[in-house]
Write a protein that binds this ligand. Structure first.
Ligand code: C2E
Ligand code: MG
Ligand code: MG
Ligand code: MG
Length: 277
């Protein structure tokens, strides 16, 4: 029967699949060119202290400013960048640009604003990643303690020793680690005990209906308790309304991020939100 199924289930390489492959190859070529032409830019979104409403840091979000396509969002190019391996080069450009900007802002405002940068598994687990981070911090003058890397749960689930060593080396540098989209990935909490994690970022899926759905409120409350018992800081993402903010404040969430405070914006525009001396 298996043989029969095998025979009947072979995949035709259809015109639709061919078209998809062509699109992907075209995107990969375009990304390579975008790298050469230095078309990647960073937008910034505020991280706000829940209790005081003060801006205490920002998340760097990659955008591709394409002459032909306009501003391309990460959802449209990060997947191809990851598959093709180009993410390591793109990620480096983003990290350098963001660290340089954060270092400038720190000098200009005199405040220790924390910078969060997203990194994918492909980047984190290349052998030279720690060295890359170290070099960029040295070149830009950003204090390691002001840099936080956001990774998803699947990233820290690589339980091999090389991966673990990378995370420990980053921690030794003084760089912090946040789990992004917490609650949506592997539900094992094993890594919370075994990896040097500093921050949990509650996925916006739990924040959206927090005022209407008792389950979401319970889940957010549980994540805050869990985080705080482990000595971690807890951030809510996707905060869009005053009502959501009120719930998050009542539940003790440390930081909030979302359109309610600010949409991701280019550096010059984001700078208007900063506490100037
Ligand atoms: P993420 O790290 O979870 O980033 C949060 C996303 O939610 C961002 O989308 C942000 O613009 C959006 N967002 C912020 N506040 C709100 C809100 O109040 N409501 C709603 N509905 N959305 C909000 P964006 O910029 O399109 O980025 C999407 C994802 O792409 C990121 O999710 C991250 O996983 C990835 N990404 C972005 N930049 C980079 C990068 O430099 N490197 C890597 N590896 N991945 C990146
Ligand atoms: Mg993130
Ligand atoms: Mg997130
Ligand atoms: Mg997300």
């Amino acid at each position: 029967r298996a043989k029969e199924r095998g025979k009947n289930n072979y995949q035709m390489f259809t015109p639709a699949m061919q078209a998809k492959t062509n699109l992907r190859m075209e995107m990969e070529r375009a990304l390579r060119q975008a790298l050469e032409r230095d078309e990647f830019v960073v937008h910034y979104q505020a991280k706000v202290e829940t209790v005081s409403g003060r801006v205490v840091g920002m998340e760097a979000l990659a955008r591709w400013q394409s002459p032909g396509k306009g501003l391309v969002m990460p959802g449209q190019f990060i997947p191809v960048a990851e598959e093709s391996g180009l993410i390591t080069a793109i990620g480096k450009v983003i990290l350098r640009q963001a660290c340089r900007q954060a270092s400038r802002w720190q000098t200009m405002t005199g405040r220790d604003l924390r910078l969060a940068v997203n990194v994918s598994a492909k980047q984190l687990y290349q052998p030279e990643f720690v060295e890359t981070v170290e070099t960029i911090l040295r070149e830009t003058g950003l204090a390691p303690g002001l840099l936080e890397l956001e990774v998803t749960e699947s990233v820290v689930m690589h339980q091999d020793t090389a991966a673990n060593r990378t995370l420990l080396e980053l921690a030794a540098l003084g760089v912090s680690l946040a789990i992004d989209d917490f609650g949506t990935g592997y539900s094992s909490l094993y890594y919370l005990k075994h990896f040097p994690i500093d921050t949990l970022k509650i996925d916006r899926g739990f924040v959206r209906d927090i005022g209407r759905d008792a389950n979401d409120a319970a889940i957010v409350g549980a994540i805050v308790s869990l985080g705080h018992s482990l000595g971690l800081s807890v951030v809510a993402e996707g905060v869009e309304t005053a009502e959501q903010l009120a719930y998050l404040r009542a539940l003790g969430c440390d930081l909030c991020q979302g359109y309610y405070f600010s949409e991701p914006a280019p550096a010059e525009q984001f700078a208007e939100l900063l506490p100037w001396p």
